[in-house]
Design a binder for this molecule. Structure first.
Ligand code: SF4
Ligand code: SF4
Length: 205
């Protein structure tokens, strides 16, 4: 049986080091992921969807409204996000992986080729627009159905998700291409130094 996560002592495929043991990068940037990180992400990422589905169900919307949202969620996290954002990530570059084993898109298939370097403008627009649709889909329905408690709680879970994501995960995320990435330049340079092919794709020496 394959392991649930990459070996934290084993350098990434993009990395030139022979071992991660004495590396200065972990702590500032997450090269390897763990169950604790995955559970942390799920604990902040699932509430907007749970509250949204409960609200739509409670608002007596037809099953079609729920089914369309489910379809959008699967299409985004399973195909679109992987193409426009994850395919730029050094984790995505791991040749041993058929599915992602990271904190945010665990299990998503690697159906696109790895494309190191920044996201294009079109990719950024698609990414941000789709994120807004995926997370805010229930809002107009809950508003029209006058489901005020669900409407407010859902918005609060979305705000809390993005605030926690940005302050706890984006500031140490390995994918510098992502629109939300908040790793300081100094820390990025440390990673670039160890990962020359990634550095080259970003136009760094
Ligand atoms: S930069 Fe390389 S050596 Fe350092 S933790 Fe990441 S994969 Fe391991
Ligand atoms: S960008 Fe984030 S979600 Fe996508 S593969 Fe990299 S770590 Fe995982």
């Amino acid at each position: 049986m394959s392991k649930m996560f990459l070996d934290p002592k084993q350098p990434l495929h993009t990395c030139k080091q022979k071992s991660c043991t004495d590396c200065q990068v972990p702590g500032a940037i997450t090269c390897h992921f763990s169950l604790k990180q995955l559970l942390h992400f799920l604990s902040i990422g699932l509430p907007p969807f749970i509250v949204g589905f409960l609200g739509l169900h409670h608002g007596l919307y037809e099953w079609k409204v729920l089914a369309i949202w489910l379809g959008i969620i699967i299409a985004f996290f399973g195909f679109i996000e992987i193409r426009v954002m994850c395919s730029h990530c050094p984790h995505y570059a791991e040749p041993s992986l058929k599915n992602l084993k990271c904190w945010a898109n665990y299990g998503a298939p690697k159906i696109w080729k790895y494309r190191p370097g920044p996201m294009s403008k079109i990719e950024t627009i698609v990414f941000v627009t789709c994120m807004a649709i995926v997370f805010l889909y229930p809002s107009p329905f809950l508003f029209l159905a006058k489901q005020w408690s669900f409407f407010v709680i859902h918005l609060l879970t979305v705000i809390s998700f993005f605030a926690t994501l940005r302050s706890c995960l984006c500031n140490q995320c390995i994918n510098f291409a992502c629109t939300f990435n908040a790793v300081p330049e100094k820390e990025r340079d440390k990673f670039f130094k160890e990962n020359p092919t990634v550095a080259k794709a970003w136009g760094k020496k």
